[in-house]
Design a protein around this ligand. Structure first.
Ligand code: F6R
Length: 620
């Protein structure tokens, strides 16, 4: 979703701003802009485009240094269409300041009415322009005709944010102070990159890599006063606080495509390694269990857990569904899976022996964050299964498990999904070994997990075959994805991958549900992807496959052995390595990810930045 960058120092601000915005492109956006200020110019210069960062770069006069102070933004439209006027930065007052904003202001209409009554004129439909004028209004009042000071700027921002209801990450620059940035945060992340004689700001760490190796995460209700030689952090209730400086993790470093044509493809191919990273140091062979450093609960407390709630959105919700099967099967603990967007407003009766896991790649998904906060408020221990270190959800939860998958840039989640499943399997093993799961059974799970990176590597060998299948079906308008038990969520995830990057309508179902309605969709133009490996439900899925075939539907089958029955019935068969049923979702997802990727390519879609989607969904 929207991205923010900022620079103050002795170098050309645009150099960092453009690189930073390019690195934020993966989040999804539809317009972009920057504002800069130079000490020898009385005016803030703003350039905006309704389009890509590359267009913004061309729109800037090449080679001219426009200033050593600047802010930049990629916007994902919420209030008002994706136009140049609605793009950020927005100016406040009569261009006394310029401001970029991530998040959503819920009370912007009433604030706007008040400001209009005072004579402020609005040019855009955004909630952000309201903040810009609000800060400018306070700034003018504080000066009261006198000399402007930095304190006026700070107080104007503090007073304005105290009137906002909603979420914001804000970065403001003032015409009167050509080296000053003011950042403010509530619910929308901002990170400051600490340099020597220069400072960088961004909405996540990816723009900062290579520019700063020390960072400060701004917390909610903090305002940072940033100048080339200093950073001052003020908290709404605690006054001035010491900035907590962290080292920028090397996890964030890997942000190029390394010879792949798309981030998504690179990330699909990284899975043997990302799964290995999720496993590293967490398998305890001596005790036939898993170990985690950050759950912040004693084994006794964990033994007392009576129920687990797993929550998340999109792909992470699909991981939760697999987690439900895993934990119930290996640990026999009752599990409930909730969409975070529903959980946040529900009032489910839960007891204090219930713990809640929020599953999230980005750690910034607004609904997951709100659901976890609500459950924490009710007194439940909350945990995050999260990829991005230091993200809002990682900070808000009482404890958690990092995926260590490295940055996932492609909007369609691939490696984060399989890492989430790997972590959930270890979690199920851990809970199982605290309860009834025998030493031998625990060891078998560990052996399977240890083989997993190699098996995923083998699964990738289907790529060429998948390309041929994609060439055959890429013009279809509808797809069905069908599986049972552990592979029901796999089917949902396969369908989601296809629809989000190729824009083909796809539905995932438990295979047996077909006859209760969806089978009416089957015809010779609607391919069905069946996940039909060996296991307890193999025969059942085979019957469902026959039902589809009997109605003339083309079938692509994913199997894990030489299967003459399926070969006779299916139009295409993809073979994946054999694993225990609880690991099938990981291995079976590989051909499904590749199928979506190849189909999207053939349809000419922007695989890494699909239309209308954002990588981290920071609005409700
Ligand atoms: C799909 C996808 C989304 C995310 C969802 C939650 O490929 O990426 O459905 O899974 O927006 O995001 P996180 O996991 O960052 O909370």
């Amino acid at each position: 979703m929207c991205g923010i960058v900022g620079y103050t120092g002795n170098n050309d601000a645009c150099a960092f701003l453009i690189t930073g915005l390019q690195r934020l492109e993966y989040r999804g956006y539809d317009s972009a802009g920057i504002a800069t200020l130079s000490s020898d110019s009385p005016r803030i210069q703003t350039t905006k485009v309704a389009g890509r960062v590359a267009q913004l770069e061309s729109a800037l006069a090449a080679g001219t240094i426009r200033g050593r102070l600047g802010i930049g933004h990629t916007r994902w439209a919420t209030h008002g269409a994706a136009t140049e006027i609605n793009a950020h930065p927005h100016s406040g007052g009569r261009s006394v300041l310029s401001l970029v904003h991530n998040g959503v202001i819920e009370n912007y209409e009433s604030l706007k009415t008040d400001l209009q009554a005072k004579g402020f004129e609005f040019v855009s439909q955004t909630d952000t322009e309201v903040i810009a004028h609000l800060v400018a209004d306070h700034y003018a009042q504080l000066q009261a005709g006198g000399e402007p000071t930095v304190e006026h700027c700070v107080e104007a921002v503090q007073t304005a944010v105290s009137q906002l209801r909603g979420t914001y990450g804000l970065l403001v620059m003032f015409r009167d102070f050509p080296d000053l940035l003011i950042a403010a945060r509530c619910g929308s992340p901002l990170v400051i990159g600490v340099g020597k004689g220069e400072q960088f700001v961004a909405s996540d760490t990816s723009p900062l890599v290579g520019f700063a190796d020390r960072i400060v995460y701004l917390a909610d209700h903090q305002v940072a006063v940033i100048r080339p030689e200093s950073i001052q952090v003020l908290h709404r209730d605690q006054g001035r606080v010491r900035p907590d400086v962290h080292v920028l993790s090397s996890d964030s470093v890997d942000v190029n495509m390394e010879g792949f044509n798309h981030f998504m493809l690179k990330e699909i191919y990284e899975q043997p390694q990302s799964i290995q990273n999720a496993l590293r140091g967490r398998l305890d062979r001596d005790n036939a269990t898993a170990k985690f450093g950050g759950l912040n609960l004693t084994p006794q407390q964990l033994r007392g857990v009576q129920r687990i709630v797993l929550t998340g959105c999109g792909t992470s919700w699909h991981s939760a569904l697999v987690g439900e099967y895993l934990i119930e099967e290996l640990a026999r603990v009752p599990v409930e899976v909730e969409y975070a967007s529903e959980l946040r407003y529900r009032n489910p009766p839960t007891d204090h022996a219930t713990i809640v896991f929020g599953i999230t790649q980005s750690g910034e998904t607004a609904d997951t964050l709100a659901a976890l906060r609500e459950m924490k408020r009710k007194g439940h221990h909350t945990l995050a299964i999260c990829n991005v270190i230091g993200s809002s959800i990682a900070q808000a939860a009482d404890g958690g498990i990092y995926l260590h998958a490295g940055p996932e840039i492609g909007v369609a989640s691939t490696k984060a999904f399989t890492s989430q499943l790997t972590v959930l399997t270890m979690l199920a093993l851990y809970f199982g070994r605290l309860r009834h799961l025998s030493f031998e059974a625990g060891q078998r799970v560990i052996e399977q997990l240890e083989r997993l990176p190699h098996l995923v590597e083998q699964a990738l060998a289907c790529h060429d075959q998948v390309k041929e299948i994609a060439a055959h079906y890429h013009t279809a308008n509808n797809f069905l994805y069908l599986g049972r038990k552990f592979n029901f969520p796999t089917a949902l995830e396969g369908a989601l991958k296809l629809k989000e990057i190729s824009y083909i309508h796809a539905e995932g179902y438990p295979a047996a549900e077909m006859k209760h309605g969806p089978i009416a969709l089957v015809d010779e133009h609607t391919p069905s992807v069946f996940i039909v490996p060996q296991g307890t439900v193999y025969e059942k899925v085979l019957s469902n496959l026959q039902e589809v075939k009997a109605r003339g539907g083309p079938v692509i089958a994913i199997v894990d052995h030489d299967d003459p029955q399926v070969a006779r019935l299916a139009d295409n068969v993809i073979r994946i390595p054999q694993v225990e049923d609880f690991l099938q979702p990981i291995v079976a997802s590989i051909p499904l990810q590749l199928l979506s990727y190849e189909i999207a390519l053939l349809r000419g879609c922007d695989v890494d930045k699909p239309r209308n989607l954002a990588k981290s969904v920071t609005v409700e």
